[in-house]
Design a protein around this ligand. Structure first.
Ligand code: GDP
Length: 454
């Protein structure tokens, strides 16, 4: 018997409506102690998918109007009896209602416990459960779309197809190993190689799409570099639409690395506003510069800002040098002023160049296009399922490894029992991915990263 859990399902700030979700065997009885419908009907007497208007009560007195939604097991998110109480979304009312529900006998849900129950009750597999987490944390359209596809089971379906074939293969092989003298009709060498080859292709395409899609789903670590006063802070403000970094006329004032994520088109850039790169005796400034150089090393994308209203300096040339071999875009700033910059020299050092006036907000669209081109975003196929995280990627990589070994074995004429060991280990990895064979530890770890109420 599942104990009954409850939590606030909506955000932790005031909003129009707040939802308290209750799930478990006693969800209806508990909700009936807190909520009374206008027509006097008990929630426990209602069919699933019914909404009732009424009031919530504390100590016999009503304190807010509310709507109760009733879901009957197994037709609910968790697969259990569920009641969702919608009250006015003030923090006090929402918290109070949760308190009343707990007093009535529910237990406060742990992080991710609703989704964990959905998983344990077979409402979704682990890959889908993980997509719930990415959907909630999606910061951009592309990530949201990819997560939604996953939630719909696109990845799970693909993995199931591979699994089905491998398991079939493995079963026939096991039969062959046990009864080597019998004819095993479904398995011959060419079928085996074909199944392994197809599995390899599918798993490889998942990895490739993950790598192309990582930019979209996880955002891009981006460093903005440039000599002092080139306009880095202003560019960052242009992108974030708010005054996050301090813009001043005094050189070297952006001393630390300020992290900030912004949206550029469908992409999310994790920006670091780096201190101006220049050789400096000043200790604080030098620390900032050290961090900036580290940031260039660790970033996927570099926006190197140049001030077009002045000729190139040694600092600029140092930056050009440090950007070599990196995914870097020369951002020629201050186009609203007269150009004094040796553009040709920059053109030689960078493959991508874009002109902006950060102060006036000109050139954002061009910057967006240049970034997308440079990162190869267009190659990402968003109709294909996308692995949601590193855990899933590792499972697929390990499975791929085993499938490749099995295929090599088959080509080299290795015995079936040896090949079968490799196929079994690929199957294990894929079952871990979907959660059918994931350890308790893995499952707990995944759900502990969810927010409470989900
Ligand atoms: P940082 O040291 O690279 O972060 O440079 P800031 O963003 O602090 O900018 C330095 C100065 O240049 C400030 O006075 C900005 O207002 C000015 N500035 C930045 N971008 C532009 C621009 O596109 N046009 C003009 N005219 N001035 C700019």
């Amino acid at each position: 018997m599942a104990d009954t859990i409850a939590a606030v399902a909506t955000g932790a700030s005031a909003g129009g409506i707040g939802v308290i979700r209750i799930s478990g065997d006693n969800a209806f009885d508990i909700a009936d102690k807190v909520f009374k419908a206008m027509d006097g009907k008990k929630l426990s007497s209602l069919k699933g998918y019914t909404a009732k208007y009424g009031s919530v009560y504390s100590g016999g007195e009503s304190y807010d109007n509310a709507v109760a939604l009733v879901f009957r097991a197994p037709k609910s998110y968790t697969g259990e009896n569920v009641v969702e109480l919608s009250v006015h979304g003030g923090i006090f009312i929402v918290e109070k209602t949760l308190e009343e529900v707990l007093l009535a006998g529910a237990r406060l849900a742990q992080a991710g416990e609703f989704t964990k129950r959905a998983f344990l009750n077979g409402k979704m597999d682990l890959a889908q459960a993980e997509s719930v987490a990415s959907l909630i944390s999606a910061q951009g359209q592309a990530q949201a779309k990819a997560s939604y596809n996953l939630l719909q089971g696109s990845l799970s379906n693909k993995i199931s197809q591979v699994l089905e074939k491998l398991i079939e293969c493995s079963a026939s092989m096991a039969a062959w190993v046990d009864y080597p003298d019998e004819e095993i009709p479904d398995l011959n060498e060419s079928t085996l190689k074909e199944i392994l080859g197809n599995s390899k292709d599918t798993l490889e395409s998942l990895i490739k799409n993950y790598e192309n899609g990582a930019v979209i789903t996880q955002g891009v670590d981006t460093a903005i570099v440039g000599k002092p006063n080139a306009g880095k802070s202003t560019l960052m403000n242009m992108l974030s639409g708010q005054e996050k970094s301090i813009v001043t006329h005094i050189e070297g004032t952006t001393r630390d690395v300020v992290e900030n994520s912004v949206r550029l088109g469908g992409l999310v850039l994790h920006l670091a506003d780096t201190a101006g790169i220049r050789e400096s005796d000043d200790l604080v400034e030098a620390i900032g510069i050290k961090k900036a150089l580290e940031k260039i090393e660790s970033s996927t994308l570099i926006l190197a800002v140049f001030d077009s209203s002045a000729p190139l300096t040694d600092d600029d040339r140092m930056i050009m040098e440090s950007c070599k071999g990196k995914k870097a875009i020369a951002v020629i700033n201050k186009t609203d002023l007269e150009n004094k910059l040796e553009i040709q020299e920059i053109e030689k050092a960078f493959d991508s160049l874009v002109y902006i006036s950060a102060k006036n907000g000109d050139g954002e669209k061009e910057l967006e296009k240049t970034v997308k081109d440079l990162l190869g975003v267009e190659e990402f196929d968003d109709t294909q399922p996308l692995l949601a995280n590193k855990r899933q990627k590792m499972c697929v990589l390990n499975a791929l490894d085993s499938v490749k070994q099995a295929l090599e074995g088959a080509n080299a004429g290795v015995t079936y029992d040896a090949i079968n060991v490799m196929i079994d280990s690929a199957v294990d990895e894929l079952l871990t991915l979907t959660g059918k064979k994931a350890t308790q530890e893995v499952v707990n770890n995944i759900f502990s990263r969810f927010c409470v109420g989900k």
